[in-house]
Design a protein around this ligand. Structure first.
Ligand code: OSB
Ligand code: MG
Length: 375
């Protein structure tokens, strides 16, 4: 498929409720969306880089520049048959996985459409068991003004049918919060995400959580650290999960080799796209390490891609893939994703491709900048 045109949009959307983490507060969310056009088909991809470099060094602004000046020119006019060929053509740029992932995702969408498959089916081709039709999901709850507020937000999400609760923590909002949440909800799957807010010397805080029967603690230590996590792990009972510090299958191999974690959160964006995300999945699955699909407050474009990835057989833990209404009043893609209250699952889009339609009017209403690259 010769890539004839690529459209790039920088959008900004109001969140249904502010999202507060140890690295900052978000009331609106920015991201880039891009469309690859070839042979009368369109493939969509989302770059989850936000306005500030809090989670990753990339921002919507840096991703715009890297995509416009380097990544898009490297693939425009090229003949691409399989999505993996995009990944290969982008290796000359070091880093910038969030920017790369948007092109990789769009390539999965357009080639799956060409093949008459959903992205989930195309991703699952190597596995005899194929892909799941529904995936288990949970909700990620930001830091609230008080513990009582947090308990109320947990209650609301349990009432909506979410079967796994993730609580954001930061120094000063950790142990007491976890204890109160556990005593209010003794049987709920509860996990914590620190987004790198602690150091190894803080190990005692996590040791005090040993008796809380938490599902896992996500990324307590440095955002590039793997080694200190391997030192923390034997000191605590709660399973340790890595998010920020796993950028590739090689990082995952290193983490496995030194015993740095029990679980990996796979975010396709953080590892440069779905091609690399599947490699991380394969490595973890063959090593017996459970994985789950993380989230970055995606629009329907990114969410459709998360659901496709999470349908692979090694994704055994609930993902951070909540219903559309939890993030946006009106999303730019249709249909909205809806939670099944019976079993806390969301259906995997049936395709073709990602299985969503981008509503161009809504997209343009949210757009702050656009560019069109033609061969
Ligand atoms: O660390 O998992 C994280 C959102 C933005 C940046 C980092 C993270 C998150 C979430 C939200 O936890 C997950 C979601 O519901 O999309
Ligand atoms: Mg995280």
């Amino acid at each position: 498929m010769k890539i004839e045109q690529i459209d790039l949009y920088h959008i900004s959307q109001q969140l249904v409720s502010p999202f507060v983490t140890s690295f900052g507060r978000q009331e609106e969310r920015q991201c880039l969306l891009l469309a690859i056009k070839a042979e009368g088909l369109v493939g969509w991809g989302e770059c989850v880089a936000n306005s500030t470099p809090g989670y990753s060094y990339e921002t919507a602004g840096t991703a715009w520049q890297i995509l416009s000046d380097f990544l898009i020119p490297a693939v425009l006019g090229e003949d691409i048959n399989e999505p993996e060929e995009i990944d290969e053509r982008l290796t000359f740029v070091r880093g910038h996985p969030l920017a790369k992932a948007a092109l990789d995702q769009a390539a999965w969408d357009i080639t799956a459409k060409r093949d008459g498959l959903s992205v989930a089916e195309k991703l699952a081709q190597p596995y005899p068991e194929g892909n799941a039709k529904r995936v288990k999901v949970g909700v990620s709850i930001g830091i609230q003004p008080t513990i009582d507020d947090t308990l109320q937000v947990i209650r609301n999400h349990l009432d909506q049918g979410y079967g796994r609760i993730k609580l954001k923590i930061k120094p000063g909002v950790d142990l007491v919060l976890a204890r109160e949440a556990r005593s209010a909800f003794p049987d709920t799957l509860i996990m914590l995400d620190a987004n790198s807010a602690y150091r190894l010397v803080d190990a005692a805080i996590f040791q005090e959580m040993d008796d809380l029967n938490l599902l896992m603690i996500e990324q307590p230590l440095g955002y590039e650290d793997i080694y200190d996590h391997s030192q923390l792990r034997p000191l605590i009972q709660t399973p340790l999960c890595l998010d920020e510090s796993i950028h590739s299958a090689d990082d995952a191999r290193f983490a496995l080799a030194i015993g740095a974690c029990d679980i990996i959160n796979i975010k396709p964006a953080r590892v440069g796209g779905w091609t690399e995300a599947r490699k991380v999945h394969d490595l973890c699955w063959s090593s017996g390490m459970p994985v789950w699909c993380g989230g970055m407050l995606e629009t329907g474009v990114g969410r459709a891609g998360q659901l496709a990835l999470a349908s692979l057989p090694g994704f055994t833990l609930p993902g951070d893939i909540s219903a559309t209404e939890r993030y946006y009043h009106e999303d730019i893609a249709k249909p909205a994703f809806v939670l099944n209250v019976e079993d806390s699952t969301i259906g995997v889009p049936k395709g073709p491709g990602l299985g969503i339609e981008v509503d161009l009017d809504r997209l343009l209403a949210a757009t702050v900048r656009q560019a069109h690259f033609k061969n």
